[in-house]
Design a protein around this ligand. Structure first.
Ligand SMILES: NC(=O)c1ccc[n+]([C@@H]2O[C@H](COP(=O)([O-])OP(=O)(O)OC[C@H]3O[C@@H](n4cnc5c(N)ncnc54)[C@H](OP(=O)(O)O)[C@@H]3O)[C@@H](O)[C@H]2O)c1
Length: 98
């Protein structure tokens, strides 16, 4: 699932983008619930916070291009393969606080 660092409630010190933040927090909650219900099935579940990227949504001021971001996102996806359970990770593979 493509989440966002803006979905983190713990790291929300600046506010702004409240509706977007809320939608990603809701996605995170949905995945927490799914993972809890299916705790025994051994699937790898990932909430990805890809960073601020220059797309239509991210806008021209975002620091990272799609070309430099997506390989990192894919690396994290591949590294998660075979590691059961839900994690909320950024594109460097670091855990994001809920
Ligand atoms: N860019 C960032 O900085 C950033 C950071 C964190 C997370 N994310 C997340 O990454 C994901 C992709 O974002 P992006 O930056 O690549 O955004 P984007 O360039 O604006 O692309 C959004 C994509 O969603 C599709 N879409 C929008 N509304 C839709 C709908 N109602 N039904 C079906 N498809 C719809 C668009 O399709 P059309 O092209 O056909 O309109 C487009 O392909 C999003 O979940 C976003 O929240 C982005």
């Amino acid at each position: 699932m493509i989440s966002s660092a803006q979905g983190s409630i713990s790291d929300n010190m600046n506010g702004r983008h409240e509706v977007y933040r809320s939608s990603k927090s809701a996605l995170n909650q949905l995945m927490r619930s799914y993972a809890a219900r299916h705790a025994d099935d051994g699937r790898a579940l990932l909430l990805m916070a890809p960073g601020w990227i220059r797309t239509d949504l991210g806008g021209p001021k975002a620091p990272f291009s799609v070309e430099e971001s997506i390989p990192k996102v894919v690396d994290v996806l591949i590294s998660k393969h075979g590691r059961p359970g839900l994690e909320y990770l950024d594109r460097d593979g670091n855990t994001v606080r809920w």
